[in-house]
Design a protein around this ligand. Sequence first.
Ligand code: PEP
Ligand code: MN
Length: 338
Amino acid sequence: MVVIMKQGYTRQELEHAIAEMERGGVKVMVSHGSESTILGAEGNAANIDIERMQALPGVERVMRVSEPYKKANRKYHPDDSIIQAAPGVLVGGKKLAVFAGPCSVESEEQITAIAQAVKEDGACALRGGAFKPRTSPYSFQGMGYAGLDLLEKARAATGLPVVTELMSTDDIDYFAEHVDVIQVGARNMQNFDLLKRLGKVDKPILLKRGLSATIEEWIMSAEYILAGGNEKVILCERGVRTFETFTRNTLDLSAVLAVKKQTHLPVMVDPSHASGQAWMVERLSLAAIAAGCDGLIIEVHNDPVHALCDGQQSITPAQFRSLMEKAATVAACVGREV
Ligand code: PEP
Ligand code: MN
């Protein structure tokens, strides 16, 4: 249940409305938005008398909420959430956030060179996997902690905050201390132990959509993190599995619109994993901006042919530069900037 207060309600009226809801056995979340103040019922609101609530002074409107997600729901929080990925780096505002870098950290020279290149062309954070979820146990699994050290070196050299994937609950404390944005990969979107633990961490979480997750399942995974108390959740659409085999996945841009409508969380798009093909990345990025995403996460490699992971979908720094120039033009058409 959601209770919307009238403009100019008094403190007493607010307290009265909260008390009435609590009497019905729920916990009340108060959200002071730019347009209105909203009271959200956490828990089972079946015992609250909706007509009685509606008649209270100061109450504008009472709505039952059918969605199973509460904290992520835009009905409880009408304003867009803007998440600080790192000092000075916001995701969800007018300016689009662009995270760029290789699929995997491979060496100090590689990560530092790519970090410098993408920074020059306007990336606001460096991506790079150190712990890689690979389909085959015989494929490169990432450099692990040594890779995290190299990300920190690249951050020191460029000032770019780092975004990297966490796979195990064992590594949470280390990540919380050494990483700026913790990525939960598609394969772990429903690792509920991981999500619960991340609810207790004071770091932004980039939550990728699962390979075959519905929009509601994806939002419910965000709800796990929010319910634990961590409100810094950024969603990331990275393509879903369909019958199509031409592309690695099928980029679901309608999901960007859906989650922006249903939730207040920012949503980024990963055109690299969605398509699996470098030549598609620029156009899909522009389409994602036109669809209203809040940012992009793009795989960039200085030597894609020899990349240890996902070379076929990685663009070069020169291609990234061209993409960023076009992105600025499309962003301006939809009232955003890069
Ligand atoms: C990645 O970002 O390198 C990655 C493995 O992505 P996803 O979890 O979306 O497959
Ligand atoms: Mn990758």
